[in-house]
Write a protein that binds this ligand. Structure first.
Ligand code: SAM
Length: 502
């Protein structure tokens, strides 16, 4: 495959857009069920929906369904000779008679809608557009996958503040670099796999994004002493018995690859910069998983670590054996691979594996704020603004002692509701819950004081004045109430139920 980038990408982009080969165009052509099936790597519904002759149907068949298309049809949708010369297409002698010529695509090109409605395209290996657990189904070592659930999760949680320098480590198809190119002046994208850098160049070119600084190599090695305002990585975080698949198996023991990435980010972040990772971590016998992760956080960095899911070692092994299609191999080979996985976990005293998000922010603080929590419930993406606000609230809390906190003003966050939980028909609720309908969609139990405080927090009265009024209503000693409540207020601020106004 020898696809030159810029000019050829611009030409192809023009043709794709002219045929409405976009996320919206596809949805309209295929209908929601076939569109959703395609995202699950199921192609039959889309094949049935593209039997016609339109340029859009032709492009879907070529670039998403790996079908050979007669020259005549391809020529109506694309500058055929140019695409052949540029390497996007190859000729196929459909019937072996040399006369009935057809063409095929050399890569998968998938429309992808940017966060502001941009028409982007992700280029990946043919038939490998859907990455992640259950999707790849491949045992080819250097394969470059397209966009999976993990890719969009990381893109969604990334803080999108304008920055000068961003690094996408393990860029694959280039999706994170493409997002970063919208708000970073310079983007560096690295990968151990040189094919991935090639695909990233194509993804950026075809999406009309500026070129990135592409560097081949492992972990931080290709960036040397360079520092960044934003580091993102959806790394090969799978904990497996020996490296086999570059896109997912890091090749270091256990969760060492993730630990190395997190620990190494501190010295490569500029002040105020963010590093955001997806990661897996071991749950080891006799060790609190939170302590394991706390030990990864580099000095000078605040951290927010969210465990989204934990799987026991058998679920985990099965998930990734299916991902690589091992369940479709010879049963004895499958059993041997499964066994090797369990051996590896046994040797590492690992009983489960956690998956989640790790965000670091270089604060330089002597008393860093490190929040490590489990939140397996649905959230509202994109969470980038929520992540940023989390660290800003931590700054506020760190800078305000209890007296300062009580002198401050707070506002109840948007779309927080109160739920009263109790037995049907009971006069009083057993407890009261505050629930966010946005962002992390958290819920937290509060007592009467907490609920009352949140209810009147519209920013007009200071926290102390609100507590005095509540004390009067409840017949409590206001001094004692001022004394015992700051901790609860801090928690509500930390979790984003209350926003500090000063
Ligand atoms: C899970 S894929 C992520 C791809 C893409 N960034 C995304 O979000 O979809 C991990 C990528 O890391 C690359 N990789 C594997 N080992 C690496 C290493 N030691 N250093 C840098 N990149 C590595 C793989 O080639 C692959 O492209």
């Amino acid at each position: 495959m020898s696809l030159p980038a810029s000019e050829s990408s611009a030409r192809l982009r023009e043709a794709l857009l002219a045929a409405d080969f976009t996320a919206d165009g596809l949805l309209e052509l295929l209908g929601a069920p076939a569109y959703a099936a395609l995202a699950r790597s199921e192609t039959v519904p889309a094949l049935r929906a593209t039997r016609g002759d339109s340029p859009l149907e032709t492009l879907v068949r070529l670039f998403l369904l790996q079908q050979a298309v007669p020259d005549r049809r391809a020529g109506a949708a694309l500058p055929l000779e140019q695409c052949l010369a540029d390497g996007w297409l190859v000729r196929e002698d459909a019937y072996g008679d040399g006369a009935s010529a057809a063409v095929r695509a050399t890569v998968d090109v998938r429309p992808y809608g940017g966060e502001e409605g941009q028409d982007w395209f992700i280029v990946s290996d043919l038939g490998r557009a859907v990455g992640g657990a259950g999707g790849a189904g491949t045992r080819e070592e250097g394969v470059v996958l397209g966009v999976g659930g993990a890719s969009t999760t990381l893109a969604g949680i990334t803080v999108r503040a304008p920055v000068t320098r961003a690094l996408d480590l393990g860029t694959g198809s280039g999706i994170q670099a493409l997002h970063a190119a919208q708000h970073a002046v310079h983007v560096t994208a690295t990968d151990l796999n040189p094919r991935a850098l090639h695909f990233t160049r194509l993804t950026l070119g075809l999406s009309g994004a500026p070129e990135a600084d592409l560097r081949e190599g492992s972990l931080y090695e290709p960036v040397g002493e360079d520092t960044y305002d934003l580091i993102v990585s959806n790394p090969p975080f799978v904990i497996s018995p020996g490296a086999r698949l570059t896109y997912r198996d890091g090749g270091m023991g256990g969760d060492d690859l993730c630990r190395t990435l997190v620990q190494g980010a501190g010295e490569r972040l500029n002040d105020g910069g963010y590093a955001q990772f997806l990661a897996n971590w071991q749950h080891v016998e006799g060790e609190e998983w939170q302590e394991r992760l706390r030990s990864w956080v580099p000095r000078g960095c605040d951290a927010w670590i969210v465990q989204r899911e934990v799987q026991d070692i058998t679920q985990y092994a099965e998930l990734w054996l299916r991902d690589s299609g091992d369940h479709r191999t010879d049963p004895a080979q499958y059993a041997a691979r499964y066994d090797a996985w369990l051996d590896e976990f046994e040797a590492r005293k690992t009983k489960g594996v956690g998956f989640g998000w790790i965000t670091l922010r270089k604060s330089g603080a002597e008393d860093p704020s490190i929040t490590i929590e489990e939140w397996p419930h649905p959230v509202e993406q994109p969470l980038g603004p929520v992540v940023r606000a989390h660290f800003e609230r931590q700054d506020h809390l760190r800078a305000h002692d209890d007296a300062a906190l009580l002198a401050g003003h707070f506002r109840l966050a948007d779309e927080v509701v109160q739920e009263q939980i109790g037995l049907p028909g009971a006069e009083d609720p057993e407890y009261v819950v505050l629930r966010q309908n946005r962002g992390m969609r958290r819920a937290t139990k509060v007592d009467t004081v907490g609920a009352g405080f949140a209810g009147v927090s519209d920013g007009s009265l200071s926290a102390g004045r609100i507590l005095d009024a509540i004390a009067q209503l409840l017949g409590e000693d206001p001094v004692l109430l001022r004394d015992r409540t700051p901790e609860a207020i801090r928690l509500l601020v930390e979790q984003g139920f209350l926003e500090p106004l000063d």
